[in-house]
Design a protein around this ligand. Sequence first.
Ligand code: NDP
Ligand code: MG
Length: 391
Amino acid sequence: MRRVSILGATGSIGQNTVDLIARNADTYDVVALTGAGNIGQLAADATRLGAQIAVTAHEDRLEDLRAALQGSGVEAAAGEAAITEAAARPADWTMSAIVGAAGLAPGMEALKHGATLALANKESLVCAGQLLLATAKQHGAQILPVDSEHSAIFQALQGEDMTAVERIIITASGGAFRDWPLAQLADATLEQASSHPNWDMGQRITIDSATLFNKAMEVIETREFFAVDPDQIEVIIHPQSLIHALVGFNDGALMAHVGPPDMRHAIGYALHHPKRETLPVERLDLAAIGQLEFRAPDEARWPALRLARETMAAGGLTGAVFNAAKETALDGFIAGRIRFPHMAEVVEDTLTQLSGENGLIAATMTLDNVAHVDHLARTAAWTAIDKRAGQ
Ligand code: NDP
Ligand code: MG
């Protein structure tokens, strides 16, 4: 029996993972499931899968979780530290699908205990890529990509030599406002930004797809995960979201990964790696699809891509600033404090401000230093939000 844990089990990635595990429940020994506000789903899945422990991030929801788990035999716990402790329980495979920088510490903990970490939480790589990869190496643990583009790149690289790789191209749908007139973006509502043309995902990543901050994060994720130079990474707008990424080799060949926009493919690939198993995803009918389109991203519409390049060039702990500023700008937009185009301005202001703080960005990459920079960046980003509030 394979021991598996799912961090962020109640979210969009988490629920797709639960679905795959539940289909073959007798081959898995479920260790820990974690969630935050969705206590009902957490308790129902932990009971159904016979988990050892269910943990909510919200300390004040412990009694609710206990009540929901009554009679199930599943242990209940609550709080950030309890999530990290649950991630440390011996498991063979752990899904890292908490949203935001909160996913970093539990993911690190799973790696320290040698679990294969299926990494959906791209924020960990953006904030602390070197630290995460070094921890995996030190403990003989493997990280497998779950982000669809990175799973695609990983698959295209199987059996290939990295020295033959010239470039990596990741695709972006362009999100909700791909074809809007630029001047109209200032009036984009939260509801409009929260609907994705192709993928059904959590609200935060859906809005990040409209700003292209999701793609910007993925460019940094590509650099960290595959150790390529920033100028080897390209982004292309591909409205159909059927090609997830392409790898270009030194003989001119481009290996493209094509598949339906269903995260169960990338999750299932990471779950069964190095084998392939039958997965319950749609089989594409290329004749019915007919055409695939590509166009260059317009950097005036999506300044996030330029900001990602500046972040990579600055190096050090700049990724943690970028991520925290982006998360805070998104909080500000969701709270109705700023308009859609303000999000990129807030990130840019925060990057400019913290790059001037002596020694901050160059500090050693430890969990504590990353947390410190994250905190300062959130404070600076809120100031940048307040400056624009009501405009
Ligand atoms: P969701 O918002 O749908 O789910 C997030 C999960 O994290 C939920 O289980 C949520 O609990 C939990 N959570 C929220 N806040 C905290 C916290 N402070 N501490 C601990 N747990 C918390 O997100 P997604 O599933 O969309 O995304 C998860 C990760 O995967 C992100 O990093 C995202 O970028 C990445 N990703 C997602 C893709 C997708 O298709 N959705 C594609 C590629 C990558 P609860 O719901 O109970 O409140
Ligand atoms: Mg992706």
